[in-house]
Design a protein around this ligand. Structure first.
Ligand SMILES: C[S@@+](CC[C@H](N)C(=O)[O-])C[C@H]1O[C@@H](n2cnc3c(N)ncnc32)[C@H](O)[C@@H]1O
Length: 288
């Protein structure tokens, strides 16, 4: 599948942080242990942005395992964590591969696990974890893989927090006549293989909610839309260019039309007129 660069993950992290509804953490917290460290597994962690979001909001003592197949992202994680800690009044220390993060009201021990989650979910010991989380992963996975994941979480009694699944909504301002066609092509591209079988794409969140409810979870879901304004021109430009490439891959004969759409939208970004909304959904589940 296409790799995700540390730069791209850094670019999107502020939009993710602004988009996520913190109430979901308050809702899931009572299902987690209070008399010992909470053990958290972050699947497809990238450089660990999900830890940076959840850990201070959850509070207390935590032990995290950050899992990803990309060794470069896992290597970049300590530096990203240290940079974040400096601007958030926290401290990071390292003892070999183990990291410790100490902040106001929370403390985490952090391990990394390099694993191909598409091929080797058996390498993950779900029984060790109270909370299984992931951010911006479930739209990449197949229905079969998602059901396998949720069944493993049920079997081990894990609460779940699945953040930032893209839900198919893209709203661009100013409006352009080609916007709806591009969105439809992007959504078709979202459903193509991303390494886990045919991807759920925009159906990920609704499918996750249904599956969790069917397998015994009490579920809460809220929208976590990116609302990107003129203050984030680089994120806007990357998104528009990425959408144009995905659309062109699905409709090669429309490449000239799609290139012209991209140039119109990039000009609006340069003029400071462009606004984008990208629909996401966050889902939490605790076993009944
Ligand atoms: C959209 S990024 C999200 C990263 C991170 N959760 C965040 O929110 O910044 C998707 C992540 O999935 C990881 N990934 C993709 N396929 C994977 C696989 N087969 N096994 C493990 N990780 C995978 C990528 O390396 C990347 O870090």
């Amino acid at each position: 599948m296409t790799g995700f660069s540390a730069d791209w993950l850094s670019l999107r992290e502020p939009a993710d942080t602004a988009a996520r509804p913190p109430a979901l953490i308050d809702w899931i917290a009572p299902s987690l242990p209070r008399d010992r460290s909470v053990h958290v597994l972050d699947l497809a962690t990238g450089t660990g942005s999900n830890l940076r979001y959840i850990a201070p909001r959850l509070g207390g003592l935590q032990q995290w395992v950050l899992a990803d197949h990309d060794s470069a992202l896992l290597r970049a994680m300590p530096e990203r964590l240290s940079t974040w800690a400096v601007s958030n009044g926290a401290e990071v220390s390292a003892a070999g591969a183990l990291l410790t993060v100490q902040g106001e009201g929370f403390g985490c021990r952090v391990d990394r696990l390099q694993v191909d989650l598409a091929r080797d979910l058996d390498a993950v010991e779900f029984s060790r974890f109270d909370l299984v989380t992931t951010a911006a992963l479930l739209d990449l996975v197949s229905d079969v893989w998602l059901e396998d994941l949720v069944r493993r979480c049920v079997a081990e009694g894990c609460s779940v927090l699945f953040a930032l699944s893209y839900d198919g909504r893209i709203e661009c301002t100013p409006a352009d006549p080609l916007d709806a066609r591009i969105r439809d092509l992007v959504n078709a591209h979202q459903r193509t293989e991303k390494g886990f079988g045919p991807a759920l794409g925009p159906d990920a969140a609704t499918r996750t909610i249904r599956l969790l409810e069917r397998l015994g979870y009490e579920v809460l879901a809220e929208q976590s839309d990116w609302r990107i304004d003129a203050a984030q021109p680089q994120l806007q430009s990357e998104l528009i260019s990425g959408w144009a490439s995905a659309a062109a891959a699905m409709a090669t004969s429309d490449r000239a039309l799609i290139d012209a759409w991209r140039e119109r939208r990039l000009a609006w970004v340069r003029d400071g007129q462009s606004r984008l909304v990208v629909g996401h959904v966050d889902v939490v589940g605790r076993l009944r």
